[in-house]
Design a protein around this ligand. Sequence first.
Ligand SMILES: NC(=O)c1ccc[n+]([C@@H]2O[C@H](COP(=O)([O-])OP(=O)(O)OC[C@H]3O[C@@H](n4cnc5c(N)ncnc54)[C@H](OP(=O)(O)O)[C@@H]3O)[C@@H](O)[C@H]2O)c1
Length: 260
Amino acid sequence: MKLGFIGTGVISDAVIRGLLSTDYSVSEIIVSTRGRMFSQKLTADFEIVRAEDDNQAIMDSADMVFLAIRPQDAQKVLTGLKAGPETQIVSLIATIPIETLQGWISGGASFDRAIPLPAVAHCNCVTAVYPGSDNVIALFDKLGGAVAADTIDAFDGYAAGSALMATYFEILENAAQWMVAQGSDYTDARRYLAALFSGLSDNTLKSPDQSFAELVDGHATPGGLNEQVAQTFIREKGGAALHTALDDVFARIKAASGDN
Ligand SMILES: NC(=O)c1ccc[n+]([C@@H]2O[C@H](COP(=O)([O-])OP(=O)(O)OC[C@H]3O[C@@H](n4cnc5c(N)ncnc54)[C@H](OP(=O)(O)O)[C@@H]3O)[C@@H](O)[C@H]2O)c1
């Protein structure tokens, strides 16, 4: 398998470094010279990676080509490129629909979209893909796993879900600051909460048959402290705020997809 990357930035770098740490079978990786900082480092670090100035040459050489340019650059960069039916294209570009990409890139290639997150570099991140071609799922399986969305709404739902990262840290920062107000050292509170939440994530991954609701029950002794905090969260409309935030970001994704 030969892989190509048009747009060598943060996320291409993470995908490539992750893949090259696995037994994924790849004979060559061709990256666009732009962005130069990442392409220079990748070609220096790995013999199997070479840089190419001409994006059409990347399309012509690779079996699977990742599109990883910024959405605002996409039309200019991609319009006029050709890729035959034997080429699998994987667009990582946020919000741009497959139909729009097909209007820019002629030749009958297969298209998938994917939302890898930077943790793919460490092969511990599940990537949402749509529609989920077998060869694309097989690749992301090596990087921590893949979930194939059946519909574009489900795929955009994953994109909205991926926007919860900053909120996760907002919860931790608020909790740490509250503990500091009770007299704790910030570094100690940070360490304590990071280990607590990391442990919860580990347990969640180790019990895939339990729903989150069952995990709530399992961590809320009747009349206990956890149950009390969870009830306050619900009473103060924490869940409703989360739904509103997800609805709003989903609407933004849909509007941006329509604009392209
Ligand atoms: N970062 C994430 O966590 C993440 C996750 C999922 C999806 N995505 C999506 O992936 C895409 C890339 O994101 P990113 O964070 O990796 O962005 P990035 O670091 O800005 O990388 C984009 C790269 O595209 C290059 N580029 C610009 N014009 C080009 C051209 N004509 N030919 C080839 N390459 C060109 C840029 O090079 P120059 O530096 O020379 O301009 C830049 O290095 C975006 O559409 C984003 O929505 C990102």
